[in-house]
Write a protein that binds this ligand. Structure first.
Ligand SMILES: Cc1cc2nc3c(=O)[nH]c(=O)nc-3n(C[C@H](O)[C@H](O)[C@H](O)COP(=O)(O)OP(=O)(O)OC[C@H]3O[C@@H](n4cnc5c(N)ncnc54)[C@H](O)[C@@H]3O)c2cc1C
Length: 385
């Protein structure tokens, strides 16, 4: 018998233990305040940087931790279990830097990745525009070459952690006459200090209120020529390949939120008494708990498998990454809604974390491609050939 078959390594378990302890001690106490006051979770940022979990996926070659894709998911999951906004620190650092890791030159990697690893900087990912959300290839932001520089003009919207990040990976049209719009898009790295770059006001959101979401503006924004990621015309391909690696991280965030709400619910139903006994004694409640835990367990396995496939570059990564993100986020929405239900009236107040978790869960069905788009990705993969 092989005791190691189909299970995480001891290192994975050790990372989970370490991140859970850190999250409960240094992140959870501030989660409600960050939500209530819509403020950036600076305590979480500092704690994550101190322990090397702010951007764990950066390779050792660039002074990073070199965490594998499953480890990175575990970090995000455990932080999201107590505070979804804080989990966007490691998640968006991976999202913003993956285009550079996948397609950037060695010089660009050396310029950006070590400062992300040390926590000196962080990075956002700018694909969406007001009129180009699901239809990414319809983007209007332009970049034109001018001697040794690129000049960017346009507006990106919905950019997670904009204003906090120093670096921005930006997709822009470089050839409007390309045979297909998707072939005329290139990817760039912009620094917050580049001339002509600015950020807009914070969006007023339903959830993940601790993570600022803003528009970012490029007005004749000049960047050095070597800040292009890969060859001109390859930007959308890189942006979409990135999502194969990061959709599992959104799945991990969803699993973490769902687990946090289940854990809070288990504590509550054992304490709350009605009809002379704990509500946990009612079979109707027990069946709901079992259903919640069963869904979370299934989602967690799918997320880790997707992460492993992305890391290995398996042929079915696109399908499984979309499926994991879609399934886990639908589970998070269902489980957090049931958590609020099991708290009764108390669940509908901000006195308990489950209403925040239910609001935070919703975004996981929307960003990095809505769940309709994930289903489209899956169906295309099923029907091709
Ligand atoms: C809080 C937040 C943070 C975000 N962070 C980032 C970020 O950091 N970087 C970034 O680039 N983007 C980010 N986004 C953008 C996000 O990825 C988009 O909102 C998302 O892709 C949907 O685009 P949209 O909002 O334009 O919706 P639309 O594309 O207008 O979609 C509206 C509805 O129509 C449906 N729909 C659209 N097309 C189809 C179709 N072909 N078939 C079936 N249904 C369809 C959608 O599923 C959705 O239900 C963020 C968004 C939010 C709200």
């Amino acid at each position: 018998m092989n005791a190691g078959v189909y299970q995480l390594s001891e290192e994975h378990d050790a990372v989970r233990e370490a991140v859970r302890a850190l999250s409960e001690k240094e992140i959870a106490p501030y989660a409600a305040d960050c939500d209530e006051n819509e403020r950036y979770p600076s305590e979480a940022r500092d704690a994550l940087i101190r322990s090397g979990f702010n951007a764990p996926h950066i390779g050792e070659r660039y002074d990073g931790q070199g965490a594998d894709a499953i480890t990175t998911c575990i970090v995000i999951e455990e932080v999201a279990r107590v505070c979804a906004s804080s989990s966007l620190i490691p998640a968006v650092n991976k999202l913003g830097s993956m285009p550079i890791i996948l397609s950037g030159s060695e010089e660009l990697k050396k310029q950006v990745l070590p400062s992300l690893a040390s926590g000196q900087t962080s990075i956002s990912y700018a694909l969406s525009e007001r009129e180009a959300g699901s239809d990414t290839a319809a983007m209007k932001t332009r970049a034109r070459q001018d001697g040794d520089t690129w000049v960017l003009n346009g507006t990106k919207c919905w950019i997670t952690n904009a204003g906090e990040s120093s670096w921005y990976t930006v997709m822009a049209v470089t050839n409007p006459d390309a045979a297909k719009p998707s072939q005329g898009i290139s990817a760039f790295v912009v620094h917050a200090d580049d001339p002509g770059f600015s950020v807009g006001p914070k969006e007023r959101k339903h959830g993940i209120k601790g993570s600022p979401t803003r528009e970012i503006y490029f007005e004749n924004c000049v960047i050095p020529g070597d800040r292009i990621i890969g060859d001109p015309g390859t930007g959308l391909k890189t942006a979409l390949r990135t999502l194969d690696h990061t959709r599992p991280t959104i799945g991990a965030q969803a699993v973490g939120i769902a687990q946090g709400s289940l854990d809070a619910t288990i504590t509550y139903v054992k304490e709350r008494k009605q009809f002379g006994k704990a509500i946990a004694d009612f079979q109707g409640v027990q069946f709901m708990l079992a259903e919640m835990a069963m869904k979370i367990e299934a989602a967690r396995h799918m997320v880790y498998v997707a992460a492993a496939k992305a890391e290995r570059g398996d042929a079915d990564t696109g399908f499984v990454a979309a499926a994991a993100k879609c399934f886990a986020s639908d589970v998070a929405m269902a489980v957090t809604t049931d958590a609020v239900q099991l708290f009764g009236g108390a669940g509908y107040t901000r006195d308990f974390p489950v209403e925040r978790m239910m609001r935070d869960a919703k975004i996981t069905q929307i960003y990095e491609g809505t769940n309709q788009i994930q289903r489209q990705v899956m169906a295309r993969s099923l029907l091709k050939g």
